[in-house]
Design a protein around this ligand. Structure first.
Ligand code: SF4
Length: 323
């Protein structure tokens, strides 16, 4: 079978040193043995609670953060071996959109200049830059006179449109969006999601969307990955994963969303809060919160196993609970 993966990550690990109140250094495990791929043309969702490592993973996939270990391949070539020219192509072709687009915009730069900056860097002629700027602004629904204004003159939704237009100016083939709508009002969220879907089609993009909002991911993703404390606990086609999940953590997340047809509050199926990534529980790291946990779960790490084509889960009891 031909490998159509644009990005392929194997056994990624990433930790951070943090100092505690008594100034001793402790290790925070953000990503712990994660393998995944992004295929050409697909939309991949990454879900999980805050602190599960999904944003760190997104930055590694975008090449903005180096993993401690593990491999990252772009079209089959390790990032570390891309060389200068191919490395430049990778950075241009892989663009990231952040939760707070304001932080990635220069507050003293007019947004027309911000959006066209990648064009300028790429050496595009000024007349073509202006034409492309108009095209991009129209594509994301920004009025033409917005080009002369500054970032602080825009609402959150408009700033996200600016962020998307700026990312598209690099002619990317991969768009990685980290919580692109979580700080926006519900009505604006739908507009931004629709723009992303339209841009995916118009610009032939592959997308990775990080979100704690499962409704958003169910709506737009081909595949979804569920992360818990730095690891993947479930991964599968979105249509199947939301209809027939195979992991108690996914079950609890889905059950907390009335819009998915379930009514349980999150606390009913999830005991306690997410443990600290400074102190990962032994065995199945979900066991302190799992209502199905048995003794084996407390000392034996469950492996990610495939239960249906492309649908994997890491739970000792997956077959028993979800047969
Ligand atoms: Fe729950 Fe055990 Fe499965 Fe972990 S391995 S999710 S603790 S049943």
């Amino acid at each position: 079978m031909t490998d159509t993966s644009l990005l392929n990550a194997a056994d990624l690990h990433k930790t951070f040193k943090v100092s505690s109140h008594n100034h001793s250094a402790r290790t925070l495990t953000a990503v712990d043995g994660v393998s995944l791929h992004l295929s050409a043309g697909e939309t991949l969702g990454i879900a999980g609670e805050s602190g599960c490592g999904k944003s760190t993973l997104a930055k590694i996939m975008a090449g903005l953060l180096a993993p401690d270990s593990g491999s990252m391949l772009y079209k089959g070539t390790p990032l570390s071996q891309l060389g200068k020219d191919a490395g430049t192509v990778f950075r241009r072709k892989t663009q990231m959109i952040f939760q707070d687009p304001f932080s990635s915009l220069n507050p003293r730069m007019r947004i027309g200049d911000s959006i066209s900056e990648p064009l300028k860097i790429a050496g595009v002629a000024p007349t073509l830059q202006r034409a492309e700027l108009s095209r991009l602004m129209e594509a994301v629904g920004l009025p033409e006179d917005a080009a002369n204004r500054f970032p602080d003159e825009f609402s959150g939704g408009q700033r996200q449109r600016i962020g998307i237009a700026r990312a598209l100016a690099s002619s990317p083939e991969i768009l990685i969006a980290d919580e692109p709508v979580s700080s926006l009002d519900i009505s604006i969220q739908a507009q931004i999601i629709n723009i992303l879907l339209q841009m995916k089609q118009d610009f032939a993009l592959s997308m990775m969307i990080v979100s704690h909002n499962l409704l958003v991911l169910r709506h737009i993703c081909d595949r979804t990955i569920i992360m818990y404390l730095g690891t993947i606990v479930e991964c599968g086609p979105a249509s199947e994963l939301f209809r027939r999940c195979r992991h108690p953590y996914t079950e609890a997340l889905i059950a907390a969303i009335p819009g998915l047809g379930h009514t349980a509050a999150k606390g009913e199926l999830l005991h306690d809060d997410l443990p600290s990534a400074l102190s990962i529980p032994p065995g199945c790291r979900f066991h302190p919160r799992c209502r199905y946990a048995i003794d084996r779960c407390r000392h034996e790490v469950p492996l990610l196993k495939e239960y249906a084509p492309g649908h994997s889960a890491a739970c000792h009891l997956s077959n028993t609970l979800y047969s």
